[in-house]
Structure formats: C-alpha cells, structure tokens
Design a protein around this ligand. Structure first.
Ligand code: ADP
Ligand code: C5P
Ligand code: MG
Length: 208
C-alpha cells in the first residue's frame, strides 16, 4: 500500500491531518448495535461525512491492495487490524473530502487504535457516541443483516463479541473517564434510537 499522506513521523513533522484539524465524533458500540444505520441518519440531518473503518477495510480488500489478504483473514476471524493500516485509510478518506465534520464509525476499536490515532494525527474527538445494546439483540440483528459479510455467522459473531468486551470497551471507558461519552440505549427501534441521537446533535439553541 502506498503512503498517501504525511502522518506525523519520528522527526515530529506535522501530519496533513493535524493541519486540516477536522471535527471528529467517534461512533462506537458492539457489532450490530446500529452504528452504520444511525450514522446514515446523522449524515442526512446534520451534514457530517460518515467513515466506517470496517467499510474502508472491506474496500481495501476489494481494491486488490497488497494488504488485502491480511485484512480479509483478520476480518474473517473478527480480529482488529493493525492501527497503522486503518489510520492510513481514514486519513486518505478525510483528506479526500471537502467536509470538515466526520463520524468515524467502528474506530478506535482497541487501545492500540486509540493511542496511534491520537499520536499520529493529534485529533481529539468532540465526543464519543456509544450505542449500548445487549448481545442477544446484536446477535439477532447480525444474523439477519444479509449483506453477505463473511463475519456475520454465529461462530465469528461470538469471537467479535469477545473482542468487543476484551479490547473495545476499554476505549469507551477511557473516553468516559474524560467525560466524552454520550451513551445511547441502542436496543430500541431505529426511530427511537434516532430521537435520542438527534437530541445529542441538535445545538442547544435549536432545542428551545
Ligand atoms: P453496526 O454498524 O453497529 O454493526 P448496523 O447499523 O449495520 O450495525 O445494523 C446491524 C443490523 O441491524 C442491520 O441489518 C440493521 O438494519 C439492523 N438494525 C440497526 N438498528 C436497529 C434497531 N434499532 N432495531 C432493529 N434493527 C436494527
Ligand atoms: O465495524 P465493522 O463491524 O464493519 O468491522 C468489521 C471488522 O473489521 C471487525 O470485526 C475487524 O475485523 C475489522 N476492523 C478493524 N479495526 C477497526 C474496525 C474494524 O480491524 N477499527
Ligand atoms: Mg457497521
């Protein structure tokens, strides 16, 4: 994979992203909690650009990149791809978009993702939207998602839940300790979840 942007390097050169300084909201939650579904609603109503880390990784596989096989194997096992790979894809997408407001969905997924993004880009999220949903409900949704994903089978779904609990929850706890987490009950119907989401994105002056 070619280097597309100047990420901060060991000499301390400023990254292209730290110069663009986009406004970023991280959208986190277990697999099937409804991140992609609600991000589409947010884009429509609030003018953000949606970047799903999983979608970018799947596009990278399709593009025939030299990392494709490695990414494919990791996704099939529900494992988190090295931060460097995912961050390069996110940087390329952000820099290739005129908008300066981004929903980054499904990233950071572990402590390595979080720390590398922070140190390479210097970007601190405005806040973290956390979709809280039971495994029972997420399992039901994933098994009927029907998008032909190699990882939406019961064996891989269980592995993904384990990775979420063992690696991803720590990221949410980290941001919670900084007062940045806005938690949503994501077990409700789509419209009800979006009502709660809207309340978060609607500026205070518009709520009156
Ligand atoms: P994620 O991006 O968090 O993995 P998705 O948005 O792809 O989740 O949703 C997973 C599946 O569940 C999709 O088939 C979607 O249509 C469905 N879904 C999303 N939100 C809800 C909801 N609140 N209630 C029921 N089904 C939902
Ligand atoms: O978010 P999504 O469900 O689309 O992610 C699918 C898979 O993509 C994850 O299970 C993981 O293998 C990979 N992924 C990753 N790093 C991320 C996001 C997704 O490795 N930050
Ligand atoms: Mg998704």
């Amino acid at each position: 994979m070619g280097t597309v942007v100047n990420a901060a390097n060991k000499e301390g050169t400023e990254s292209a992203l730290s110069i663009k300084k986009p406004k970023v909201v991280f959208v986190l939650g277990g697999p099937g909690s409804g991140k992609g579904t609600q991000c589409a609603n947010i884009v429509e109503h609030f003018g953000y650009t949606h970047l799903s880390a999983g979608d970018l990784l799947r596009a990278e596989i399709k593009s025939g990149s030299e990392n494709g096989t490695m990414i494919q194997n990791m996704i099939s096992e529900g494992i988190i791809v090295p931060a460097e790979v995912t961050i390069k894809l996110l940087e390329k997408a952000i820099l290739g978009t005129k908008n300066d407001k981004f929903l980054i969905d499904g990233f950071p997924r572990n402590e390595e993702n979080r720390a590398a993004f922070e140190s390479l880009t210097g970007i601190v999220p405005e806040f973290v939207l956390f979709f809280d949903c039971s495994e029972e409900e997420m399992e039901k949704r994933l098994l009927s998602r029907n998008q032909g994903r190699v990882d939406d089978n019961i064996e891989t779904i269980r592995k993904r839940f384990k990775v979420f609990v063992e690696s991803s929850l720590a990221v949410i706890e980290y941001y919670d300790s900084k007062g940045k987490v806005k938690k949503i009950d994501a077990g409700k119907p789509v419209e009800e979840v979006f009502e709660a989401v809207k309340a978060i994105f609607t500026p205070v002056e518009d709520k009156a």
